[in-house]
Design a protein around this ligand. Structure first.
Ligand code: PLP
Length: 380
């Protein structure tokens, strides 16, 4: 049986050339990139090249790229930077953020900050009105993601930052799901901090970056030997950094092709889904990532459908978290006002360049069969 991977928002395989770019930094003696001898310089040159490649992906100067261990660490550095600089004040985070933002936000609350969630509307969007209602003079940071990992909904970041620009309120954006899938222009978006992660767009796992506005002196989160211009200590993972740069360049060069291909597959899947009775496509009417479909099939909880699909060769993701043996509806769907039984059925399909229309057609047949079997049982 052929196995089809349809969970690219969780992680992707390495893009072409990425592994080849990384291998010399794993195979050869390269020393420590902080050393000034030739072995150190060999690693440092790779870091410099990658920094420029990542900078080009998001339209910033190379010195604005601070490498980290991934999206989670960058989000933590962005949020916990508030704690380093202030004793009190408000922090606004959207209700649909990834736990890598929500958990440090919770920590800030424990430290006495007035952490408030910006509500999402029924289409999964954070509106400028919702943000305007909550902004105060003592707001220290706003954090709203570029694109949601579950629904794929793209936020109007440039619209939201019209409220914070020039007000001295830093705007952080988790762009982990957007980079490599959408054009990202840090300047045009009007943000001051964005988080990136390489493994969401063809780079290796465990490497990412925080992109920081030139005028912002954001504090370090990981302390030690002062690497990354004192902003992120720890001996650099040169091979991963080199792979990140290579993936960034590849993604930038192939963005139009990627979007066109994924959109074709996504639209084909959605057309097929709509012909099945009892299907809900979440945030269907919002602008979404071209590769993501988040849906529920009436009568199925996500685990049942996930396992049925897995048995038939399709690896997809569910939208519910599993805590203490109990299924909890996705906080993203809950924030959108989706009722718990529907939310508990949520399944996410996220495609990539590697997927084919044929795979999507086969998946549609399997979904149709599952739905027919269920309806047949119900009508007996
Ligand atoms: N933010 C978003 C929106 C994500 O989807 C993820 C990963 O799933 C992360 C942050 C965490 O990134 P990383 O896996 O690089 O720590």
């Amino acid at each position: 049986m052929a196995f089809t991977y349809l969970d690219h928002n969780a992680g992707t395989a390495l893009a072409p050339d990425v592994l080849e770019t990384m291998l010399p930094y794993m195979r050869q003696q390269q020393g420590n990139p902080s050393s000034s001898h030739r072995f150190g310089r060999f690693g440092q040159a790779a870091i410099d090249k990658s920094r420029a490649q990542v900078a080009r992906l998001v339209n910033v100067a190379p010195e604005q790229v601070w490498f980290s261990s991934g999206g989670t660490e960058s989000n933590n550095q962005a949020l916990m930077g508030v704690f380093e600089q202030f004793n009190n004040g408000r922090v606004l985070v959207s209700s649909i953020e990834h736990p890598a933002v929500l958990e440090p936000a919770k920590r800030l609350k424990q430290h006495g900050f007035d952490v408030v969630e910006i509500p999402a509307n029924a289409d999964g969007q954070i509106t400028t009105e919702a943000l305007a209602n909550l902004l105060t003079d003592d707001t220290r940071l706003v954090s709203v993601m570029w694109a949601n990992n579950e629904t794929g909904v793209i936020q109007d970041i440039a619209g939201l930052t019209t409220l914070t620009r020039g007000e001295g309120v830093p705007f952080h954006c988790d762009a982990v799901q957007a980079a490599g899938k959408l054009p990202i222009d840090f300047q045009a978006a009007g943000v001051q901090l964005i988080s990136l992660s390489a493994h969401k767009f063809g780079g290796p796992k465990g490497i990412g970056a925080l992109i920081v506005d030139k005028t912002l002196d954001w504090p370090a989160y990981v302390l030690g030997g002062g690497q990354e211009n004192e902003k992120r200590s720890g001996t650099e993972n040169v091979a991963a950094i080199a792979g990140f740069g290579s993936a960034a360049e590849y993604a930038q060069q192939h963005l139009a092709e990627y979007q066109q291909h994924c959109r074709k597959l996504r639209d084909a899947l959605e057309t097929a889904l709509k012909s099945i009775t009892g299907v809900t496509i979440f945030a269907e009417h919002s602008e979404r990532l071209p590769n993501t479909v988040f849906f529920a099939l009436a009568g199925f909880d996500s685990d049942t459908l996930l396992m049925a699909l897995d048995r038939q060769g399709f690896s997809v993701s569910s939208g519910s978290a599993c805590g203490t043996g109990r299924h909890i509806p996705s906080h993203v769907l809950t924030a959108m006002g989706i009722d718990a039984p529907t939310a508990l059925g949520a399944v996410r399909i996220s495609v990539n360049m590697d997927n084919t229309l044929e795979q999507i057609q086969q998946l549609a047949v399997v979904l149709n069969n599952e739905a027919s079997r269920f309806n047949h049982l119900m009508n007996r």
